[in-house]
Design a protein around this ligand. Structure first.
Ligand code: SF4
Length: 475
């Protein structure tokens, strides 16, 4: 079979982060490869299918371009990545496929597909979309590609010959990640990918695990990707060897928290050291998973930065969101990483339950005091199906259920009695301006620059931030 895997075009000119269950427009000047499709490509390779992977999102292609590319490749299947806010818009990919050839089968996939509400209704409104993979997508999609009849494939919504929408029941959950083969990098234009935290380029993403040990109320990974699983170290190394052969120099390990499995992380690092890959890399981590021993070996293996999910400095907000961490643990982790000579990105989130003007100000001051090299000030998005969404709905605090506009950079779709959406948005935007356009911050960043790639990324990100948080108006 010929399978075309597609990350659909942008939304109103903004690149969309759809990978590994994420959603929303990019905050910074970044372009990450469509990793879910690379996993699917590896699975196609393992099953002996021909495939093509088109990253229309980062290549800035239009739907007309997508149509032309489908025509040229003439696949049996078009499978595209989606995310819940863009679910309807992304279905234009299915329409482009059917316009190219009515016989092409179309399907969409996302690790956060459970946030798409009423999938049977949605599918009935999208006549060009044949299948929605419901849950972990790889196994059901591969069974379909391999020719199994839809009614025998668990984990799909599909339209039968009479036009009725059917659901085949929950799919096999918790696939063994090694069974999916090894994600493919060689079919992508590796030079277009970039990340503000990178020290070198070309860069790429590698994901070693699925899910998170925690269950924060707003997080889809915590809610939908259970239980936590890691690939084997050998499987990851096979991928790293391909990456090395392509001349890629930097990796973002995009896991909820790589060091959560300390044994895996140590083994991976020792093998990276013994195989002398020479990559520079960074990863995400939960604060309490970091310790000096682990950071030491990570640093020796090339790790230069850690992104820590901090969210808030307010103990009650952290408690409400079930972060299962204290502000002190977060502060200790940030200080430890810096002491080890590595850089820190703090992910902060405004608008969680219990948030007030005062807690937002305190959280901002917390970041200023800890001086991370990078910080993001996101606005929490109530993703349908999460406890946060359910709680807002129950309390009548959801103002707008229009999925298209759910974005961590846009006007919040919820409102609290003592904190309006406008106040949250304005505070967030002001926080970006004041943190990144502070003379002390700029001088410090220049003083600690480690590479020309870092310098260039700093300049392009400053321009992007100025455009987004100073010049652009948000409704
Ligand atoms: S720790 Fe991070 S990845 Fe895990 S559930 Fe919370 S927000 Fe999600």
């Amino acid at each position: 079979m010929k399978v075309m895997l597609m990350d659909p075009p942008r939304f109103m000119g903004h690149p969309i982060g759809r990978i590994l269950g994420s959603f929303g427009t990019n905050k910074a000047d970044q372009a990450w490869p469509p990793y879910d499709l690379q996993i699917m490509a590896g699975y196609c390779r393992k099953n002996g299918h021909d495939f093509r992977l088109l990253d229309a999102n980062n290549l800035k292609l239009s739907y007309e371009d997508v149509f032309n590319e489908i025509k040229i490749y003439s696949p049996d299947w078009v499978i595209y990545l989606t995310c819940f806010p863009n679910f309807i818009l992304d279905a234009q990919t299915a329409s482009a496929a059917k316009r190219a050839d009515r016989n092409i089968k179309t399907a969409c996939m996302s690790l956060s597909i459970y946030s798409v509400q009423s999938p049977e209704v949605q599918l009935s409104k999208l006549p060009d979309l044949d299948f929605i993979a419901w849950g972990e997508p790889e196994v059901p999609l591969m069974q379909l590609i391999n020719g199994l009849e839809p009614q025998k494939v668990k984990g799909i919504y599909y339209r039968d010959a009479d036009g009725r929408i059917n659901f085949t029941g929950e799919s096999q959950k918790a696939v063994n990640l090694d069974d999916l083969g090894v994600p493919v990098h060689s079919v992508l234009p590796v030079n277009i990918y970039k990340c503000p935290v990178s020290l070198s380029r070309p860069m790429t993403i590698v994901n070693c695990s699925r899910g998170c040990t925690n269950w924060c109320v707003h997080c889809q990974a915590g809610a939908f990707q259970r239980p936590v699983r890691y690939r084997s170290v050998d499987n990851v190394l096979e991928e790293l060897r391909e990456i090395k052969s392509l001349g890629i120099k930097e990796i973002k390990f995009y896991d909820c928290s790589l060091p959560t499995n300390a044994e895996f992380t140590k083994q991976l690092c020792s093998r990276m050291i013994s195989e002398k890959f020479g990559f520079t890399w960074n990863c995400n981590a939960r604060a309490e998973m970091l310790n000096e021993d682990l950071l030491k070996i990570m640093k020796t293996a090339g790790c230069h930065s850690i992104s820590i999910g901090c969210e808030s400095s307010d103990p009650q907000v952290l408690k409400n969101m079930r972060k299962n961490e204290t502000p002190q643990q977060i502060e200790d982790a940030v200080r430890l990483v810096k002491r080890m000579g590595m850089r820190v990105l703090m992910y902060l989130t405004f608008g969680l339950e219990g948030e007030t003007k005062k807690t937002m100000e305190e959280t901002y001051k917390f970041a200023k005091r800890l001086k991370p090299e990078f910080v993001t000030f996101g606005i929490v998005v109530p993703a349908p199906g999460t406890p946060f969404y359910n709680s807002l709905e129950k309390k009548g605090q959801l103002r707008n259920k229009d999925l298209e506009w759910q974005d961590p950079n846009a006007m919040p779709s919820f409102s609290y009695p003592a904190l309006s959406p406008e106040e949250i948005l304005n505070f967030t935007r002001a926080a970006y301006r004041s943190y990144y356009f502070d003379t002390g911050y700029i001088l410090n960043r220049i003083r600690t620059l480690r590479s020309f790639t870092e310098f260039k990324a700093g300049v392009t990100n400053a321009l992007k931030m100025a455009r987004r948080y100073i010049l652009e108006r948000v409704k």
